[in-house]
Design a protein around this ligand. Structure first.
Ligand SMILES: [Fe+2]
Ligand SMILES: [Fe+2]
Length: 325
């Protein structure tokens, strides 16, 4: 049994050695990483234009909603500067080259950076996107930032990232499945690669929370409860288009995602159930009264949310995005 640690600074320090020991499995080296260029036509080759023609043919077969979701996903990935700076501003998060935390944060960013690059380039080549409108949305999103309600607390932040990376993994995986069904096997492969990264990242963040539960169970449980009470918001919740009010495009984007089953309110509950199972919330010991109460709230939540999700009807209204002509 590890002695209880009660301050966030100490816990981050304690976790730092865990991060250092496991960094080589948490991240892939540059040498072994895929790059966007591996998955897209090579402009140096004579068959470049033929390849693009094929890419455009395949992209034509994709449904409107799927395309809209793909663009929204891309904009979300492209707002990476917001996420990186957010990670470094978590309270007591070290920012020096020798810290394993810094190595993780930088390494995570370097892997994530490929996601936006890859999707953006695919969309550009597809010929179906009004690139200027999409780029304006990206600029808006980075300028608008986000409000995740984590209060810059490491415990809340790791609950958030555990949730979020899992949600992203699910949505990229589903886009891949639908793309395959609709006849774009290359897009399916490309989203599958991204989903693979997201799955590994989710595992890492979940392991941070696991570790914190070992040494500071009550505070970790309270942080989990607090995040669930506030509800996990998506990082792109301020998404908008030119001439559209802040956050409104995001609503249309999630409607489309819900409509085609890329990410639904059932997924939200499923992720919560998985986290409860992975973190063995039911069996955590050594908590104070407040921690016990927080656990009760969390354990009862999935069933409550399921009832709400069942009552929700899939949104029917189709919206005309400015990103697609
Ligand atoms: Fe990503
Ligand atoms: Fe991610």
């Amino acid at each position: 049994m590890i002695a209880a640690i009660s301050s966030r600074v100490e816990v981050l320090k304690y976790l730092e050695s865990f991060v250092a020991e496991n960094l080589s499995s948490f991240l892939k080296t540059v040498e072994e990483s895929w790059q966007p260029a591996d998955l897209l036509p090579d402009p140096r080759l004579d068959n470049f234009f033929d390849e693009i023609k094929l890419l455009r043919e395949r992209a034509k077969s994709l449904s409107y909603d799927l395309f809209a979701v793909l663009i929204g996903d891309t904009i979300t990935e492209e707002a990476l500067p917001t996420y990186e700076s957010w990670l470094f501003s978590i309270t007591d998060m070290p920012n020096n080259p020798d810290s394993a935390w810094t190595k993780w944060n930088r390494g995570w960013t370097s892997e994530e950076n490929r996601h936006g690059d890859l999707l953006n380039r695919y969309l550009f080549l597809s010929g179906r996107v009004n690139m200027r409108e999409m780029e304006a949305s990206t600029q808006y999103l980075i300028a608008d930032g986000f409000d995740l309600q984590t209060d810059m607390d490491p415990y809340r932040s790791f609950v958030y990232t555990s949730y979020q990376e899992t949600a992203t993994q699910i949505s990229h995986r589903r886009v891949a499945q639908i793309a395959k069904r609709e006849g774009d096997v290359v897009l399916a492969k490309l989203c599958g690669y991204i989903a693979g990264d997201e799955a590994r990242h989710a595992k890492v963040y979940k392991s941070f929370v696991d570790k914190i539960f070992e040494v500071d169970p009550s505070e970790m449980m309270l942080a989990f409860e607090d995040m669930m009470r506030k509800k996990i918001v998506m990082p792109a919740h301020y998404m908008r288009e030119l001439g559209v009010e802040i956050g409104q495009t995001f609503g249309h984007f999630t409607d489309a995602a819900q409509r085609i089953g890329v990410y639904t309110s059932h997924d939200y509950v499923n992720i919560l159930e998985d986290l409860i199972k992975d973190w063995k919330v039911e069996h955590i010991t050594g908590m104070n009264e407040a921690g016990e109460k927080a656990r009760d709230y969390i354990m009862a939540l999935p069933n409550r949310l399921k009832r709400v999700a069942e009552r929700m009807k899939p949104p029917q209204r189709e919206y005309k995005f400015r990103w697609i002509d």
